[in-house]
Design a protein. Structure first.
Length: 134
């Protein structure tokens, strides 16, 4: 199920699983860009994540260096890269920076960067989706 939320809100979510009732509370917070640096090769993508966590592009990135540095308090938990041709790489990071050469085609490739703030417990997933249809 999906919840449509606008703005900062707290929500109680009751769930029943096999007769056991559970209840959890979660808070949706305003998006903030966790990055200090986000580059692929010489292309600086930092400003693309200022208002949104998803970037759609028709560019391909062939053997380019993915260089990410996060702001203070943020850590990258993992990075997932799919080339669009079926091959993929998963990286466990647990640091505030990541640097690796990657290849992503413009045929439904993607890059997911999962990060979290240790102090506020906020998590973000930054996405770059590539396709010739964008």
């Amino acid at each position: 199920r999906y919840l449509a939320v606008t703005g900062v809100q707290t929500c109680a979510l009751p769930i029943s699983v096999k007769g056991v009732k559970l209840k959890t509370t979660f808070t949706v917070k305003k998006y903030t860009n966790p990055c200090k640096t986000f580059k692929i090769g010489k292309t600086n993508l930092l400003s693309k994540f200022n208002k949104n966590d998803v970037l759609r592009t028709n560019k391909a990135f062939k053997k380019q260096k993915l260089d990410i540095k996060l702001k203070s308090g943020w850590k990258i938990s993992s990075v997932h890269v799919t080339s669009g041709t079926g091959s993929y790489k998963n990286y466990r990071v647990n640091k505030s920076s990541f640097s690796k050469k990657i290849t992503v085609s413009n045929n439904y490739g993607y890059i997911y960067v999962y990060c979290y703030n240790e102090k506020t417990k906020v998590s973000e997933c930054l996405q770059i989706n590539t396709s010739t249809r964008y």
